[in-house]
Write a protein that binds this ligand. Structure first.
Ligand code: GLN
Length: 308
């Protein structure tokens, strides 16, 4: 296949770009190697291609949000989840303390307020917090097609610096959107964010979304097609925070970024894409990741709005 050569060429083209900064607010993340760079594709036929550091492990962070949303929709059903978390783009930063006036609902599942609420909705109704985290880790593992684990050091480092997420969770509790101890929910959410993945894993996870909820490598059905449609729609409108409009026009692939430098895109019926490069642009999206996706769209005509 020519794909690995193509990916290596595109990585070489962006390699000299050292713009952007590592996320500073989690000490463990601030000490990450900023030069790591990878891209991987997983097709709906189950082929996985990659170049660069495709087996480098890093914490998934916000790239977990669409998958946790899928699990919550699957476990609780659409009405229970939509009752607590909206689907309107906020056009705001990921950590904005932003809730709908009146209802107190977070605007969407991709900002932290929504993701913390979604975390509380995964698994059975009213589980103990450990069982919920286990449900999420096993769900993320099914998307990846191998058992994933939590980076405990990252988790402890983030929990020690979680004042903003704790503030958001307390706001949610005051509106009755969260009904349990805010600290326990944030602790679980941070565990979800601390799951270790590789670019290869992220490509397969995105490929599972592209394949309507069936993991294209293991053939396991992880979630229903209706859940995937909901998740991809929200990724398309809200996945890139306050850069969602630029992304929609220039790249045109439902996507999700994370503060550790991971970025996924899922093209329905075709492929999952993952990139990894830790330096972030002013929106908190991986700087070289955005450039890589712009190249993929241009070179291969991947924009979902292009007429074939
Ligand atoms: N764990 C991070 C946080 O909640 C995830 C944020 C992100 O990746 N954008 O602050």
């Amino acid at each position: 296949s020519l794909v690995p050569d193509y990916l290596a060429d595109v990585l070489a083209d962006v390699a000299s770009d050292t713009s952007g900064e590592l996320a500073g607010y989690i000490p463990e993340l601030a000490s990450a190697d900023p030069d790591r760079l990878a891209a991987a594709f997983a097709t709906v036929d189950g082929e996985v291609y990659g170049a660069g550091d495709i087996d480098a492990a890093f914490t998934i962070q916000s790239v977990s949000k669409p998958f946790a949303y899928a699990l919550a929709l699957s476990d609780r059903g659409f009405p229970a989840v939509l009752d607590k978390v909206g689907v309107e783009p906020s056009g705001e930063a990921f950590n904005e303390i932003s809730l709908e006036t009146g209802t107190g609902r977070p605007r969407n599942p991709m900002i932290n307020a929504g993701a913390i609420t979604v975390h509380s909705l995964a698994g059975a109704d009213d589980p103990e917090p450990g069982a919920r985290v286990e449900r999420i880790v096993s769900g993320l593992s099914a998307f990846a097609g191998r058992p994933l684990r939590i980076d405990e050091a990252m988790c402890a480092s983030e929990m020690d610096n979680a004042h903003r997420n704790l503030a958001i969770a307390h706001m949610l509790r005051s509106h009755g959107i969260l009904t349990e101890d805010p600290r326990a929910v944030v602790d679980g959410y941070i565990r979800q964010c601390s799951v270790l993945v590789t670019p290869r894993d992220l490509a397969v996870m995105a490929g599972t979304l592209a394949n309507g909820g069936v993991n294209p490598v293991t053939a396991e059905r992880v979630v229903d097609a209706a859940v995937v449609r909901q998740v991809l729609s929200v990724m398309a409108t809200c996945g890139m925070y306050d850069a969602a409009g630029d992304w929609a026009t220039q790249v045109g692939i439902p996507a999700k970024s994370g503060v550790s430098g991971g970025l996924i895109g899922a093209l329905p019926g075709q492929l999952g894409i993952a990139t990894f490069s830790p330096r972030l642009d002013e929106h908190g999206n991986s700087a070289r990741g955005v450039s890589l996706f712009e190249r993929f769209t241009t070179d291969m005509g991947l924009h979902v709005m292009d007429v074939p």
